[in-house]
Design a binder for this molecule. Structure first.
Ligand code: FAD
Length: 495
């Protein structure tokens, strides 16, 4: 056992700590989807209440089943852990990394450190809740104090309910209630332990084998900087360049009109409370006449809260239709070749392909294009939304069970407060409206870059011009497949 402390003044005292005193005042802090040191209530409480802290990452498959992180998420996790380790190193601490069965590993570490308490930030996915509940019961039976704290949401999912005491199913009243009680407290500063405990036997990060052998890892590295510092940089850029025009710019995929904070939020490298306070602090300093309207952006964070509220109260929805009326919907038979063409961005529908290639290359896709690509899969190809959700799960750096489930069910029409089924996005009119210069299309479909913009928006006028560039012909007729989908929908039993 070794003690370290970033604070030089404390190092002398640290060196004097006798092994006999180990344990009485030691706590483990388990890092999961909270890979940060600032605004971290669990870490903060542990540091305030205990002399020594062991910062710990447990690579536990039981916490994730049946949604093990996909390739892009694993890539992010590796780099986020690396960034967290760097932040801890600046305080003279080392992140202890362990794998295997969570309870057995925790018990071994508790024994080795003599800790009497464990802290973690809550998670809301069904498997994580089941795992945490079991861990809590077993550790408490061992006489260990277990503290699970909030920290990744503005509001815990069980804290908001309708007048009848039921979970919300509709966004607008949910948001009205939440908007009226956003956190007023300032975010917590970076936590500092009095002493950081270091145990032998930590695994090297590489031993987790998170870095996938995927051809697109280079594109991810060029697009992102995982970790707290990367999140704060993106927040600054967003506030400086895009916040003022967010209501309009958020729909234009060629622009950086959104914050791109979704993977950082998913991994807990930044909190919604930090974002709220940063935006308020920045805009309060501005001349009132020029102050940007924060509401459209806060509302999107409200959708994130709503997604977590739904996942918590309806934990079956990652695999089951929220609206059971859709259980008898006749999806097209599984067709792996057609699915593959959608996955790889070779459908012959420019905006869908551009989005799927952006996803493949960067691990992220613009929200409007996500909606269009998902609508095309579920309505024009009539493939089950689960196929799309699984592909996004593997390829998105921000893959998030709550947000992904809400997004897919919303587009497919079977979700809570979903888009009406008959709303089938037309990718060509959407491209003309939201990518008027075809800059986004040309960026992701370079083989078409020399064609006139109008033809990219209306490719049916000269299909040969596109195929002559090596671009595929459309795999389906948009209007015939739309009609067929609507017929299937009309055949559903009444509500
Ligand atoms: P901004 O516009 O800057 O919004 C700020 C934050 O608000 C986002 O980072 C995100 O945390 C939250 N947010 C924004 N829109 C939504 C939304 N519609 N639902 C829930 N939260 C939202 N988002 C994910 O984080 N993970 C997913 O796995 C995911 N899958 C999706 C699948 C489909 C089919 C669809 C249509 C949407 C999905 N989204 C998902 C929601 C949304 O597309 C992304 O959150 C957004 O594009 C992230 O970019 P941003 O950070 O620049 O967003």
């Amino acid at each position: 056992v070794e003690f370290t402390s970033g604070d030089r003044r404390r190092q002398a005292a640290t060196a004097l700590t006798r092994p006999s005193s180990i344990g009485h005042d030691t706590a483990l802090v388990l890092f999961r989807r909270d890979l940060r040191l600032a605004d971290h209530p669990a870490l903060d409480a542990a540091c305030a209440g205990h002399e020594r802290i062991l910062p710990l990452y447990l690579h536990a498959r039981d916490e994730e089943a049946p949604w093990q992180p996909g390739g892009a998420s694993s890539w992010w996790l590796h780099h986020a852990l690396e960034a967290l380790q760097q932040r801890l190193s600046a305080q003279g601490a080392t992140l202890h990394i362990a794998g295997g069965d969570s309870l057995a590993r925790l018990r071994a570490l508790i024994k080795a450190s003599g800790a009497r308490a464990v802290y973690w930030t809550r998670r809301y996915e069904p498997a994580a809740i089941a795992r945490d509940t079991a861990l809590k019961a077993a550790l408490r039976a061992d006489g260990i104090a277990v503290h699970s704290l909030p920290g990744n949401l503005w509001c815990e999912p069980w804290q908001l309910a309708t007048a009848e005491g039921l979970p919300y199913r509709v966004f607008t009243p949910f948001w009205r209630k939440l908007r009226a009680q956003l956190p007023a407290e300032q975010p917590l500063p970076e936590a500092h332990a009095r002493q950081w405990l270091q145990l032998s036997g930590s695994l090297p990060l590489d031993a987790l084998e998170l870095l996938p052998r995927i051809p697109w890892a280079g594109g991810l590295a060029a697009s992102w900087k995982p970790g707290e510092a990367g999140a704060q940089e993106l927040l600054e850029v967003f506030v400086d360049d895009a916040l003022a025009d967010y209501a309009n710019g958020r729909d234009l995929p060629a622009r950086h009109g959104t914050s791109r904070l979704s993977p950082h939020l998913h991994f807990g490298e930044i909190t919604p409370r930090q974002i709220l306070h940063a935006l308020q602090a920045r805009t309060q300093r501005m001349d009132a006449r020029r102050r940007p309207d924060l509401e459209p952006y806060l509302r999107e964070l409200g959708w994130r809260e709503f997604a977590h509220h739904l996942l918590y109260h309806f934990p079956q929805t990652p695999t089951e239709n929220f609206n059971p009326r859709f259980d008898s919907f006749r999806w097209a038979d599984d067709n792996p070749a057609i699915l593959r063409r959608w996955q790889l961005g070779c459908t012959g529908i420019p905006l869908v392909d551009a989005g799927m290639r952006e996803l493949w290359h960067t691990g992220w896709m613009h929200n409007r294009v996500r909606m269009i690509a998902a609508s095309f899969l579920t309505k024009n190809l009539r493939l089950h939304w689960q196929h799309g959700a699984r592909w996004f799960w593997d390829t998105l750096v921000d893959a998030d069970l709550a947000n992904n489930t809400l997004g897919w069910q919303w587009v497919a029409g079977c979700g809570a407060d979903a888009a009406p089924y008959f709303r089938v996005f037309n990718p060509h009119t959407q491209a003309a409206k939201f990518d008027p210069e075809a800059a986004y299309l040309k960026r992701w479909l370079p083989e078409l870059a020399k064609l006139p913009t109008k033809l990219l928006h209306e490719p049916w006028r000269d299909p040969d011009a596109l195929t002559n560039c090596g671009y595929p012909a459309p795999i389906v007729d948009l209007s015939a497949t739309r009609e067929a989908a609507l017929r299937q929908w009309q055949a559903l039993p009444p509500r």
